[in-house]
Design a protein around this ligand. Structure first.
Ligand code: KIV
Ligand code: NA
Length: 265
């Protein structure tokens, strides 16, 4: 059970082995996800919603992210741990971004994630050049919920699709190793996945043709009290245990049966 590394992620993209990512926020679930074969654990700022009960990710701070990254890192042995940079932690400058990235790395993250397209390319390049693996995040970027006018599918019109492809290429060029595509029409996500040769795509509401998938843990266990997105599948519905549900998720990502057409746009 060798730890998942950057070269391993590249191999998986190249050979079409799907990457199974799940969010995680604490040690017990990190250990469980590890046992169930999850490849990457994202300590997402979705903790603002599912842990803190807020209506957006905007109130999440670096202190919260460091705390939960530490909780996860001790128990995630094989999975790669990705730490989310919260709103405001990387928007001022590339120097601010790498300083905060360093806090997540010190807490045990092996990669950091930030939201935004071409505008973030310079920041991504600065961090990657200095040894910080970066996951980009385009499509629906929840930290921009107010600017986007709600949680809605992105890249539906021709101009939006062209912009997203341009963003994806700029971020790959900048050195991003991974790219989350959130709430993107399946056909566009497929096109972006084929466009990128070095950077693996991870879909959430972005169709089955991404290089991997991610879901929020509380969503796929059916314990989040909020509205369930179209792209969410409750894996507890057909499982006998939490471990069974997470194992079924990993299996479904690996064999391409999740997401199905009913989870896509
Ligand atoms: O914070 C989070 O959980 C995320 C995923 C939904 C990609 O950013
Ligand atoms: Na996030």
């Amino acid at each position: 059970n060798k730890p998942v590394t950057l070269p391993e992620l590249s191999r998986m993209k190249r050979e079409g082995d799907k990457i199974a990512m799940l969010t995680g926020y604490d040690a017990s679930f990190a250990a469980l996800e590890d046992r169930c074969g999850v490849d990457m654990i994202l300590v997402g700022d979705s903790l603002g919603n599912v842990i803190q009960g807020k209506t957006s990710t905007l109130p999440v701070t670096m202190a919260h992210m460091v705390y939960h990254t530490e909780c996860v890192a001790h128990q995630a042995l094989r999975p790669m741990v990705v730490g989310d940079l919260p709103f405001g932690a990387y928007h001022e400058s590339k120097e601010q971004a790498i300083r905060n990235a360093g806090m997540l790395l010190a807490a045990g993250a092996e990669m950091v994630k930030l939201e935004g397209g071409e505008v973030m390319a310079e920041t991504v390049h600065f961090m990657v050049e200095r040894g910080v693996p970066v996951c980009a995040h385009i499509g629906l970027t929840p930290q921009s919920v107010h600017a986007l006018g709600g949680y809605r599918v992105q890249g539906r019109d021709e101009a939006g699709a062209a912009r997203m492809k341009n963003d994806a290429l700029a971020l790959e060029q900048a050195g991003a190793a991974l790219m989350v595509l959130e709430m993107v029409p399946s056909a566009l996500a497929k096109e972006i996945t084929q466009l990128l040769t070095a950077c693996a795509t991870i879909g959430i509401g972005a169709g089955k043709d991404c290089d991997g998938q991610v879901l929020v843990l509380h969503d796929m266990l059916g314990v989040y009290p909020g509205k369930k997105g179209r792209f969410v599948k409750d894996f507890m519905a057909e499982a006998q245990s939490i471990e069974g549900a997470v194992t079924a998720y990993v299996q479904a990502v690996k064999d391409g049966s999740f997401p199905g057409p009913e989870h896509c746009y």
